[in-house]
Design a protein around this ligand. Structure first.
Ligand code: PMP
Length: 456
C-alpha cells in the first residue's frame, strides 16, 4: 500500500469550507465577537485566544464533565479540557460542592487554614517529596523554583531542553538553531519586550541527548535542569529508555538540582511521571489541574533541598524574597486543592482515564494504519498526541519539524464542526473521568472521515 498524498490545495479547500461552515452555524459567537472586538485588544481577554484558527472565537456557554456547550447551542466532546486544567472534568462534583460550601466563608486572609494540613499531607503521600509551597500558576511555581535553585546553589545558569515550555517564565525561552545544531543558542525571537539576552544564564540542549547534558553540567555552573519528564508542548517527545535516570545521575554527579515540571505529565499517573520512575527529582512543579482547574500550583522539594532553602532564607537580610504572590495559597484555593487531591484525582480516576485514552490512542492508530498515513500517536497516560511523522519524535527539533500548521488547522476545524474539540497549536488529546466510549467513537468517526477527505 503506497503512502497517500495530501495536497496543499486539498488542505486549503477543506480549511476554507470548514471555516465557512463554522461561521454559518455560530451567529451568536459572531455577534459576541463583534462586541468584544470593541473592548479587548485582539478582541479577546487574552491575545492567544484569537489564535485558535476559528474565524471568530468560539464563545462557551457552559461546561460540565467531558462536555461543553457553545453560545449557539452546539455541544462538544472536549478533548482539550482547558489544556489540562480540566483533566478531572469540568466542574468536578466534589470540587464544585466544596466551592459552594466555602463560598461564603472568606477567600483570602494571607493565613493558612486547616485545609493546608490536609493538602500538604496529600501532596507528600502522592509525590514522595516531603515539603511543599504554593503558587497561583505553574508559570509562577517554575519561576519560584528557579529562583530557589539559584539561591541555594549560588549558581546562575539553568539548563532546559529544546522545544520546552514551562509557562511564561523568562528563563526558559532559549532555542537551538534547527538548521545548525552547533550554533550557539538564541533568545526566542517571538518574545515581546525581552530586553536582556536570556542566553547569558540559560542554556539549552536536545532532549534525550545525555552526552550534551553532561557536556554542559560538567562545568558545575548550572543551578538546575528544569524539564518535563516527557516534552508535551512541542508535540510530544517521550524520554528514551534510561534517559531520565541518566539525567538524574548527571545531576547528582555535578550537584545540579533536577526539577520535574509535572504540570502536563501528571497525565501519566497518580504521581505523574515521577510515579513511574525509580528515583525522585529534587523538586516537582504541578499546576493547572491540581486544584480541579481553579488557579493553583504547587512545588515540592526533597528534605535536603528544603534544608538548604531554610538556610538561604535565614542567611538573607530581612525583606522581599522575590518569591510568592498575595493570593497564592489563599483560603478557598487550599480547600479546593485538598478536595481535588483526596476525592477527585484518585488512583481509580487515573486508572479510568488512562484506560479511556488507550482506547482513543488505539483507535487513532488504527485509522492512521488503515489509510497508511505517515503519522503516529504517542500516549502519555491520559493524554496523547498525534503527530505528522511516521515515528514518535526523539527530541524538540524532530517534533517541531513534524508540525504542519495548515494541516493541523484544517483537521481541528473539521473536528470542531463535528462536535469534537482538541487542543490548539498542536494535536494533543486528553480525556477526563467523564469521557465516555461514545465520546471516543464520535472523535474516531470524525477523524476518519477527515482523513478520507484529505487524501482524495
Ligand atoms: N509548565 C508546563 C509544562 C506547561 O505546559 C504550562 C502551560 N502550558 C505551564 C507550566 C504554565 O502553566 P500556566 O500557564 O498555568 O502558568
Amino acid at each position: 500500500m503506497t503512502t497517500p498524498t495530501i495536497s496543499r490545495d486539498r488542505i486549503k479547500t477543506i480549511a476554507q469550507r470548514e471555516a465557512a461552515a463554522f461561521l454559518a452555524a455560530r451567529p451568536k459567537s459572531k455577534e459576541l465577537a463583534e462586541q468584544t472586538e470593541q473592548h479587548y485588544l485582539f478582541g479577546v481577554p487574552l491575545h492567544w485566544m484569537a489564535d485558535w484558527g476559528t474565524p471568530v472565537p468560539l464563545f462557551v456557554e457552559r461546561a460540565q464533565g467531558a462536555h461543553f456547550t457553545c453560545v449557539d447551542g452546539h455541544s462538544y466532546s472536549d478533548f482539550c479540557l482547558g489544556d489540562t486544567g480540566a483533566m478531572f472534568g469540568h466542574s468536578p462534583a466534589a470540587v464544585a460542592a466544596k466551592l459552594a460550601e466555602k463560598s461564603t466563608e472568606g477567600y483570602t486572609a494571607m493565613l493558612p487554614t486547616a485545609a493546608a494540613a490536609v493538602a500538604g499531607k496529600a501532596l507528600t503521600e502522592r509525590f514522595g517529596l516531603p515539603f511543599w509551597q504554593l503558587a497561583t500558576t505553574a508559570t509562577d511555581a517554575n519561576r519560584f523554583v528557579v529562583r530557589w535553585a539559584r539561591a541555594i546553589t549560588q549558581r546562575k545558569k539553568i539548563l532546559v531542553f529544546n522545544g520546552c515550555y514551562h509557562g511564561t517564565i523568562d528563563d526558559v525561552f532559549v532555542d537551538l538553531d534547527p538548521n545548525n545544531p552547533d550554533a550557539p543558542p538564541t533568545t526566542r525571537a517571538s518574545l515581546l519586550g525581552q530586553v536582556y539576552d536570556l542566553t547569558q544564564y540559560s542554556d539549552v540542549v536536545e532532549f534525550n541527548d545525555i552526552d550534551a547534558v553532561r557536556a554542559k553540567l560538567v562545568s558545575k555552573e548550572f543551578a538546575c535542569v528544569l524539564t518535563e519528564p516527557a516534552l508535551t508542548n512541542c508535540g510530544m517527545v517521550m524520554p528514551a529508555d534510561g534517559f531520565l535516570k541518566q539525567l538524574r545521575d548527571a545531576c547528582n554527579e555535578t550537584d545540579t538540582l533536577l526539577v520535574f515540571d509535572e504540570t502536563h505529565t501528571i497525565s501519566a499517573g497518580y504521581a505523574g511521571y515521577t510515579g513511574l520512575c525509580d528515583f525522585l527529582p529534587d523538586m516537582i512543579v504541578a499546576g493547572k489541574a491540581i486544584a480541579g482547574g481553579l488557579p493553583c500550583a504547587v512545588y515540592g522539594m526533597s528534605a535536603e533541598v528544603a534544608a538548604k532553602m531554610r538556610a538561604a532564607k535565614e542567611a538573607a537580610p530581612p525583606g522581599h524574597s522575590g518569591i510568592g504572590t498575595t493570593l497564592s495559597g489563599n483560603m478557598i484555593t487550599m480547600s479546593l486543592l485538598a478536595t481535588n487531591l483526596t476525592e477527585v484525582a484518585t488512583k481509580e480516576a487515573f486508572e479510568q482515564i488512562i484506560a479511556q485514552q488507550s482506547k482513543l490512542s488505539d483507535g487513532l492508530r488504527a485509522v492512521i494504519a488503515r489509510y497508511n498515513l505517515p503519522w503516529n500517536v504517542t500516549q502519555l497516560g491520559a493524554r496523547s498526541e498525534f503527530q505528522f511523522c511516521p515515528e514518535s519524535p526523539k527530541n524538540g527539533k524532530e517534533a517541531e519539524a513534524a508540525m504542519d500548521a495548515e494541516l493541523e488547522q484544517a483537521v481541528h476545524l473539521y473536528l470542531l464542526n463535528r462536535g469534537v474539540m482538541i487542543t490548539p497549536f498542536h494535536n494533543m488529546t486528553l480525556v477526563c473521568p467523564d469521557t465516555s466510549d461514545a465520546d471516543i467513537e464520535k472523535f474516531l468517526t470524525a477523524f476518519e472521515s477527515c482523513v478520507k477527505e484529505l487524501i482524495i
